[in-house]
Design a protein around this ligand. Sequence first.
Ligand code: ACO
Length: 322
Amino acid sequence: MYSRIAGTGSYLPERVLTNADLEKTVDTTDEWIRTRTGIERRHIAGDGETTSMLAEHACRRALRAAGLTVEDVDFIVVGTTTPDRVFPNTGTLLQERLGIHNCPAFALETACSGFVYALSVADKYVRLGEAKCALVVGAECLSRITDWTDRATCVLFGDGAGAVVLTPSVEPGVVATHLHSDGRYKDLLYFPYGVSDGFDKLKAGAKQGITMQGNDVFKVAVRTLSRLVDETLAKNGIEKHQIDWLVPHQANLRIIQSAADKLDMPMDKVIVTVHEHGNTSAASIPLALDTAVRDGRIRRGQLLLMETFGGGFTWGSALVRF
Ligand code: ACO
């Protein structure tokens, strides 16, 4: 028994923030942002719009694409770094929005790797026969934890959500997932406030947002993703040329290009949305996937390699026969 992606969906908040808009608020230029990151614009959640709201839109679209309804759903997992609340967890809040009751619903928090981690977990439940219609979601409101006065980070991030529906299949589907994590890198990329650590500072009005040693993150990301590509190909007996599409985490165009080089893959076989969405963390891969499915580039039967890297550090890949 395998799991397969029966449908994809995504959602972006209406408000668009361009590089030109950012030029008016911080000391930056469109040219700097585009040449260093590839980003041209990003979407920002409206007042009162939450991560579970973005996720709800993406899930309804994914269910429609799969020809299924909320009544079919029996498992929900959301990757997010920006949950609506500490609790109830965002999976449960999403479940309530969808009008689904009783099935397991939870969120996991592995920064940009959230969707690949969630996919890996849901895949196991479907393979074991314990879920027949799993919603797997990546959703973020990163704009809420961004320091909009810090030009080194505020130009990078955006909000959005993407989802897939996983159903059982006799053929793969999800061929394999490979997950990794190493907390030794916790101080290179983090948000400084939590509940048991830093809550007092947050309550006192401290303003620091996502904090990153961009250069170091960049170098480790390139090195690590290169090893991850090797591992994924070797463990699954796959040759580079067999992969139809690379669907990478959308953090930075230069990091994406280095992964494509590693695979000897021309950029027209790589799904790139970072220019339109910025870095939407856990939402970025399912957003990119849905974009390319809906515009007809990704077709049934093709082999996809998803790869991701994020705060922690966490990283992982998914090899998927679509
Ligand atoms: N506009 C203009 N200048 C800027 C800006 C800006 N927005 N931001 C920084 N600069 C300046 C710096 O101050 C520095 O100036 P200096 O040389 O006078 O000191 C100069 O530009 C170069 O800064 P660097 O940080 O060295 O620039 P770099 O080429 O490394 O690019 C970037 C920065 C884009 C952040 C890059 O390091 C990067 O993409 N890193 C990885 C990000 C990433 O992948 N994150 C992972 C996932 S995120 C997650 O998990 C939530």
